[in-house]
Design a binder for this molecule. Structure first.
Ligand SMILES: [Zn+2]
Length: 468
């Protein structure tokens, strides 16, 4: 089943629920479908949805360290096809040291470490020969660990290179077929030609579980990225040789099986190993630890992006904020998210100090930034020149951020926010020199930089939660 929403004019909206029964004979009846028209904004609908689906889709069993010291990653591209590597495996320890000194983030995400570089030869994932030997890769992982850091390796969980050995020796049966029997072909500006997998097939699940074992076991990595899992198109497969009973029930159960087998493989080898995947997904996200959000940058296909929506609906998941430039970086910080620092963001020296200060703030206030419950701006009224986000801590306090879109480190900003009933102003935790004035229930803030973080506490004599 899929759900579709389309604006057909300034004041009209078309909604549809599509089923794909693929009946060949007999009778088929849709399951019950119902709609409800709600007043107010999207929070109310998300809450109803979350109450129902939150009991179906559970948070993953993530390693305990993630709740204490997870701040995202800095992405590093080692090598692209037809160009020499930027650095060798033997230099990874040095690359890590510099990134940690520059940003305070103790996790690097290596892209292009395998085969002929990024976007080549999936799903082989053998260390790129030009980058060094397997032994050098393993010793680099140990070097990063010895420095208190973590290093994760890139994989793609959806594509098969049709010119490679894997495809020729059985992998051909692991890809989705169109109705005319041909494959769904995709290319990514490399010489590799990829077919989209049929994800639950035995051949593909076994291969990806084996890759996971090598990465978590042999190569001693701390984590693994699985690209294209939770946001790319999932085509129907018309192969008659596969496990699925109709073309439309391949991807959802298929990816679930693939992720479960990969998770089982690394949990057995290293309970502290973690995984992160592209996109936000309530169902698949049960089997990996971190959802790589995109909304600060762009949206895939549906109107204006809402990077706060998934985390509001599923506050027990980890969602990173996309940081390819300064504005996306501050948008991510304002939402209290761990950072997905892209190479272009890291390469702008003016971003390094803000990242360092933000990571220091996360370390000083894990109750908000790592363990807090994200409530977006629900229950808040504020001046329209700013955007407010809020998280609740388990100790009955709250932290709110006042974000001025478009501003930078040197901007002088001001904003007003009304303290919700049952709460009172406690202190400003960032930046140090912010000026706060209280006028009745309203708090007026003047500060320098894009984001100001303010702590609230329960008002004396009230035990009631925030008025929703
Ligand atoms: Zn199939």
């Amino acid at each position: 089943m899929t759900f579709h929403a389309k604006t057909t004019g300034k004041y009209s909206l078309e909604l549809s629920i599509n089923h794909y029964p693929f009946i060949t004979s007999g009778v088929w009846q849709t399951p019950e479908c119902s709609i409800s028209i709600l007043d107010g904004g999207w929070h109310k609908a998300a809450k109803i949805y979350s109450r129902r689906m939150g009991s179906v889709f559970k948070a993953p069993d993530s390693p305990p360290w993630m709740e204490k010291e997870y701040h995202g990653w800095v992405e590093v591209i080692m090598k692209r096809e037809n160009t020499p590597p930027k650095f060798k495996f033997s230099e990874i320890g040095e690359v890590y040291r510099k990134i940690y000194q520059d940003t305070g983030i103790n996790h690097i995400f290596l892209v292009g470490w395998h085969d002929n570089g990024h976007d080549t030869k999936f799903p082989r994932y053998l260390p790129g020969e030009e980058c060094g030997t397997v032994e050098e890769l393993i010793s680099a992982m140990e070097d990063v660990k010895a420095q208190g850091g973590r290093c994760s390796l890139y994989t793609n969980g959806r594509l098969v290179d049709i010119n490679e050995e894997y495809y020729k020796s059985g992998g051909k049966n692991a890809v989705s077929l169109k109705e005319d029997g041909t494959e769904y072909i995709e290319t990514y500006k490399t010489s590799s030609v990829f077919a989209v997998t049929c994800p639950g097939t035995d051949e593909y699940c076994a291969q990806m579980a084996d890759v996971t074992k090598r990465i978590a076991g042999d190569y001693k990595a701390d984590g693994m990225f699985i690209d294209q899992i939770s946001c790319n198109l999932a085509p129907f497969c018309y192969s008659k040789n596969h496990y699925h009973t109709k073309p439309s029930n391949n991807f959802l159960p298929g990816v679930e099986r693939q992720l479960k087998e990969m998770r089982r493989a690394h949990k057995k080898i290293n309970p502290d190993f973690h995984t992160f995947a592209e996109g936000c997904h309530e169902r698949f996200g049960q089997y990996y630890d971190v959802n790589q959000g995109h909304g600060e940058e762009y949206t895939w296909q549906i109107g204006k992006s809402m990077p706060e929506q998934f985390l509001y609906t599923y506050p027990d998941r980890i969602v990173t904020g996309h940081c390819a430039d300064k504005q996306q970086m501050y948008h991510s910080m304002a939402q209290f998210k761990p950072l997905d620092v892209k190479p272009e963001c890291y390469e702008d020296p003016s971003n390094l100090e803000p990242i360092r200060r933000y990571v220091a703030l996360r370390k000083a206030y894990p109750e908000y930034f790592l363990q807090g419950k994200f409530i977006d701006d629900e229950g808040f009224v504020y001046s329209n020149n700013i955007r407010v986000f809020a998280v609740e801590a388990q100790d009955q306090t709250m932290c709110i951020s006042l974000w001025k879109r478009g501003s930078d480190e040197n901007s002088k900003n001001e904003g007003e926010v009304k303290i919700p009933q049952g709460w009172e102003y406690d202190e400003c935790i960032f930046p140090e020199k912010a000026e706060l004035r209280q006028d009745g229930n309203w708090l007026q803030a003047n500060w320098i930089g894009p984001v100001c973080y303010i702590k609230l506490k329960k008002a004396k004599g009230t035990t009631k939660p925030i008025d929703k």
